[in-house]
Write a protein that binds this ligand. Structure first.
Ligand SMILES: Cc1cc2nc3c(=O)[nH]c(=O)nc-3n(C[C@H](O)[C@H](O)[C@H](O)COP(=O)(O)OP(=O)(O)OC[C@H]3O[C@@H](n4cnc5c(N)ncnc54)[C@H](O)[C@@H]3O)c2cc1C
Length: 500
């Protein structure tokens, strides 16, 4: 099949045809394009992106200090060595992605400033049609393609999640969400309250502390924090020995994954020991006798929510310096001058930062339909956590929450490329996951097991997500070690994929 373009007419928008349509130019979409170009070089593809540049998460978020909380040896791609400190700023991640785009001549495949509003599958034409609107000119553009590779992430980029607290309208200061950080926000010498204690709050506070008057981290419940140097000793040693960077990348990735597996195992087998280990990190900065209750001792076992990494203990150093403090309480109401808390205490604030998370966005807020019928995504079952029953020729990259997202993005890319090759070999134009007869009475479970991982943004919207089954290949384990073997070895003729 070739890519062709048709000019707009009075009735039809301009239409471009491709083999593969990739939605999103974040880390998943750019990685997907790289693998597709390498493994299926004859496929014509396009990456469609609503923003005016690449990067996704790392372009959207511009709050002070924005950085990864995963190490870039595993958050970076398998195929491109990471050569700096493990925790990276958004700017460094964008530079790294920019190099991938340049080195592989991917830019010519990306259409920026195109917001996809609808996606419709036609069984008659055996293709997807995406209708997009240009954000710069308002022009309607249509993309037609055989296979749809959804790399749109999992949250709405346009705005973050802010709970509706009483009295917000009477607060005379400024309320800011980190996801839509105003470029001109002057917080010098200001009294600031940051609501939340996840990775975003933990990043913002030390970055703002030097300029701010004082920052209070107000949390309803504590988060686990892990501290450590922003360095990888093994990488540094291998570099001293002048080992090739591609070797260093692979060896350090393996070592980090191995160490993470040990910690995950410990979180199940000996959670108390792991808790004590994490508390030791806090006390290293706040004093040997520092009482971790109530601010740093969550009730849940470690890893049930992401453990936030604090490079070089910067959050704790801001607290130790008196520039920041922590309050564990709940908001009763906003007042004219700050917050009244349920305990009866009050907090004064010039600026309130709501580091309260995301709005989950299922499939990029795109209206999906199949042969004219609206798609109810929550009524589908995930196939290997990437395709969905009854949805032809579509894969979604949903990475890991506890391990680096990109580990799974790379593996799904291999799977999709193998599937496309298999379809070509079989002369098949359509592949649709379908439950086997033996799966008819299979128990259906939430997309992510809440016993295993349960952050607020996911739990608020889990009813909108697809389901997983109770057996292979319908499981979505969020486990790198099982995916690593199973995705690579997946039998495409397992009776669950219907080819036409
Ligand atoms: C502040 C922050 C820090 C994080 N740190 C880490 C970390 O350290 N490690 C980790 O593993 N994960 C981290 N995550 C999770 C992170 O989002 C993922 O790891 C990863 O960046 C997701 O990449 P993605 O390409 O799949 O999606 P995104 O980065 O969300 O990119 C999706 C792209 O699709 C585009 N898009 C969406 N809908 C449409 C549409 N309808 N039309 C056109 N384009 C569309 C968006 O504009 C966006 O550019 C972090 C998340 C946040 C918010």
């Amino acid at each position: 099949m070739t890519a062709t373009g048709e000019a707009a007419t009075d009735r039809q928008p301009r239409t471009d045809h491709f083999d593969v349509l990739i939605v999103g130019a974040g880390i998943s979409g750019i990685g997907g394009a790289y693998h597709l170009q390498q493994q299926c070089p004859d496929k014509r593809f396009v990456i469609i992106e609503t923003q005016d540049s690449f990067g996704g998460t790392w372009l959207t978020h511009t709050y002070p200090g924005i950085r990864s909380d995963s190490d870039l040896y595993t958050f970076g791609y398998r195929f491109k060595p990471w050569t700096s400190a493990p925790i990276a700023t958004a700017e460094e991640i964008l530079k790294y992605m920019g190099e991938v785009i340049d080195e592989n001549d991917l830019d010519r495949h990306i259409r920026y400033n195109h917001t996809i509003g609808s996606a419709s599958w036609s069984s008659e034409d055996r293709c997807w049609t995406l209708d997009a609107t240009r954000t710069d000119t308002g022009e309607e553009v249509r993309f037609v393609g055989r296979f749809l590779w959804m790399c749109q992430g999992y949250y709405r980029h346009s705005e973050g999640y802010t709970p509706d607290w009483p009295g917000m309208d009477r607060f005379r200061g400024e309320i800011v969400h980190p996801q839509t950080w105003p470029d001109d926000l002057d917080y010098s010498d200001k009294e600031i309250v940051v609501i939340g204690s996840g990775a975003t709050a933990a990043t913002l506070i030390p970055a703002m502390a030097p300029k701010a008057g004082h920052i209070t981290m107000l949390q309803r419940s504590p988060t686990y924090f892990a501290t450590g140097r922003n360095a990888n000793e093994l990488a540094d040693t291998l570099r001293e020995l002048e080992i090739d960077e591609s070797w260093i990348h692979e060896i350090v990735r393996r070592k980090i994954l191995h160490d993470q597996a040990t910690i995950t195992r410990m979180s199940f087998e000996d959670p108390d020991a792991l808790r004590q280990e994490l508390f030791k990190g806090v006390r290293q900065y706040l004093g040997e006798d520092y009482e971790v209750e109530p601010h740093f001792a969550p009730r849940y076992r470690p890893w049930r929510q992401r453990v936030a990494f604090i490079p070089d203990g910067d959050l704790f150093r801001a607290i130790a310096d008196g520039k920041a403090s922590v309050v564990t309480d709940e908001i009763d109401t906003f007042t004219e001058t700050g917050l009244a808390l349920q305990s009866g205490d009050t907090l004064d604030a010039d600026i309130v930062v709501t580091a309260t998370g995301f709005n989950l966005s299922v499939l990029g807020d795109i209206e999906f339909s199949i042969d004219g019928r609206p798609l109810d995504f929550s009524a589908t079952v995930g196939y290997r956590g990437t395709m969905f029953t009854g949805i032809p020729n579509m894969a979604w990259v949903f990475g890991y929450f506890r391990a680096s997202w990109t580990l799974r993005a790379d593996m799904i890319a291999d799977f999709v490329c193998r599937l496309l090759q298999h379809m070509d070999e079989q002369g098949a134009a359509v592949v649709t996951p379908r439950l086997r007869d033996s799966d008819a009475d299979m128990g259906l479970l939430p997309w992510v097991d809440p016993e295993n991982f349960n952050p607020g943004y996911l739990m608020r919207s889990i009813h909108l997500m697809p389901k997983q089954g109770d057996r292979e290949p319908w499981l979505h384990t969020q486990d790198y070690w099982s995916d690593k073997d199973e995705l690579a070895a997946a039998d495409l003729e397992d009776g669950c994929l219907a080819f036409e």
